[in-house]
Each structure stands twice: as C-alpha cells, then as structure tokens.
Design a binder for this molecule. Structure first.
Ligand SMILES: Nc1ncnc2c1ncn2[C@@H]1O[C@H](COP(=O)(O)OP(=O)(O)OP(=O)(O)O)[C@@H](O)[C@H]1O
Length: 241
C-alpha cells in the first residue's frame, strides 16, 4: 500500500498569522485517513493548503510522488483530487440534477450508470432532481455534496467535517458512504465526530496548534482511552466528544 499523498513539515500562514507550524502526514492509497484535533487546531487549513487555496510557506506536499507544493488549485484538481469543504459545495441556484451533472465529465460514457449508483445510495436526491439546491435542508445539501464527490471518481477525496449538524441517522448514512468510497478511492477526512472517525478510519493524524502531534492506526487509538483523553480531551465514559 503506497503513499498517495505525503506532507512533510508543512508551514503555512493566513495573513500575519502562523497557522500551520509543522504538519506531516502520510495518506496511504485505498484507505481512509482521519485528521483529528481540537477546534482551531489547523485541520481545515491543512486541507486548504493541500488544495493550494492557502500557500505553503515551507515544507513539501507530494501527490503520487510529485511535488504539488506550489501548484495552483486547478492543476491540483486536475492531478486527481476532489475537495468537499465543511460548508458544503452546492450551487444554490442550480437544480439537484444540474449540480450532479456538473460533477461529471462530459466525456464520461458511464454518467447514467454512476447517477443510478448515487440514487441507490441517496434516494432522496432522485426525488429532488428538479429542486433548486438552495431549497434543500442542511443534511440534503451535504448528501448532494457527497453525491457529487461519488461522481467525480477522483483518486483522492478530501472531506471536511461532513457530519457537522447531521442527525445520528444521517451520520450512519455517512459511515456507509465513506466505506463505499474506500472500496474504489482514497479519502482524507477531517472529522470531529469520534464515532464516525472510528467507524471509517484506517489511520489517523492528530494536529494540535498547527502541528502534527501523533499518528497511528485508528484501531490503536480507539483502544486507548488514555490517548483520546490526552490528545482530544475525550471522555468516552461521558458520551464522547
Ligand atoms: N481567514 C483567517 N484569518 C485569520 N485566522 C484564521 C483564518 N482562518 C483560520 N484562522 C485561524 O487558524 C486557526 C486554524 O483554523 P482551522 O479552521 O484550520 O482549524 P480547525 O482545526 O479546522 O478548526 P475547526 O474544527 O474549529 O474548524 C484558528 O485559530 C483560526 O482562528
């Protein structure tokens, strides 16, 4: 299992603020890597730096062994990454169908087949095809974003806190979808919902104060209440994060 994405000692600033101060991680192919960390630790900034929205001041980011550290975002996307930001990514004035079609390539001959797969996972989207995306509920928008991600077929998918604001039932749906994504692609997930992280993650990276402080396999982390308490302030006995 080779590394699809590697970050080596990445530093990045937003304005005059030094936000990332030594982020390192490896994302193995065909697996789910979860970035954990407290609020404001730098998780979203890490994803935005990988995507080229935030400039890495120093350090290295490699995708498929090639440096992408200084590439503009459109070239990073073309290299094979999709990004679903925390606030979702749907075009409010377009219909659900138009949003889904935008996520596919015009040259893709399997669009219909892929759409059917998305509708199998999210039957609600099929019922809402003609609705403007702006009229969907928060959970439905998140599902539309996930549907677009499924259609993109990217080798690497970066997903930022997809469970935010979702009901426990929708979180279960996410577990199912992310497990499905894992069968054909690689996922780098930022997630504060420890239940979801533990259900889908193969490995984890913890970022604290803009730095990588711990990496390992998710099963090791799930088994260690001491690590959860030390790095995330998590009290499992009190019902989690
Ligand atoms: N545009 C900005 N200007 C100034 N500071 C920012 C900006 N964006 C983020 N930050 C700061 O950078 C730090 C890291 O933010 P980031 O969103 O990456 O954290 P996070 O770990 O994803 O947190 P959360 O879970 O709360 O989303 C925070 O202290 C935040 O206040």
């Amino acid at each position: 299992m080779g590394a699809l994405l590697e970050l080596e000692n990445v530093y990045a600033d937003i304005g005059q603020f030094h936000i990332l101060q030594g982020v390192s991680m490896t994302v193995p192919e065909n697996s789910v890597t979860v970035i954990l960390g407290r609020n404001g630790a730098g998780k979203t900034t890490t994803l935005r730096t990988i995507m080229g929205y935030v400039h890495a001041r120093s350090g290295a980011i490699r995708f498929l062994g090639q440096s992408i550290t200084s590439l503009p975002t459109h070239q990073i996307v073309r290299a094979g990454m999709s990004y679903l930001p925390e606030e979702g990514h749907v075009f409010a004035n377009l219909t659900v169908e138009e949003n889904l079609l935008l996520a596919t390539s015009r040259r893709d001959k399997r669009v219909q087949e892929k759409l059917e797969k998305v509708f199998t996972v999210f039957p609600d989207l099929k019922d809402a095809l003609r609705r403007h995306a702006g009229t969907l509920s928060g959970g439905q928008k998140q599902m539309l974003g996930m549907g677009c991600l499924l259609l993109s077929d990217s080798p690497l998918m970066l997903i930022d806190e997809p469970s935010k604001g979702l009901s426990p039932k929708m979180v279960e749906k996410l577990v199912e979808v992310i497990r499905m994504l894992r069968t054909s692609t690689t996922v780098l997930l930022v997630e504060q919902n420890f239940y979801l992280a533990s259900q889908v993650g193969d490995s984890f990276t913890i970022i604290d104060d803009g730095q990588t402080v711990l990496r390992g396999t998710m099963s090791e982390f799930v088994q260690s209440e001491e690590l959860q308490q030390r790095y995330l302030g998590l009290h499992v006995a009190e019902g989690g994060w």
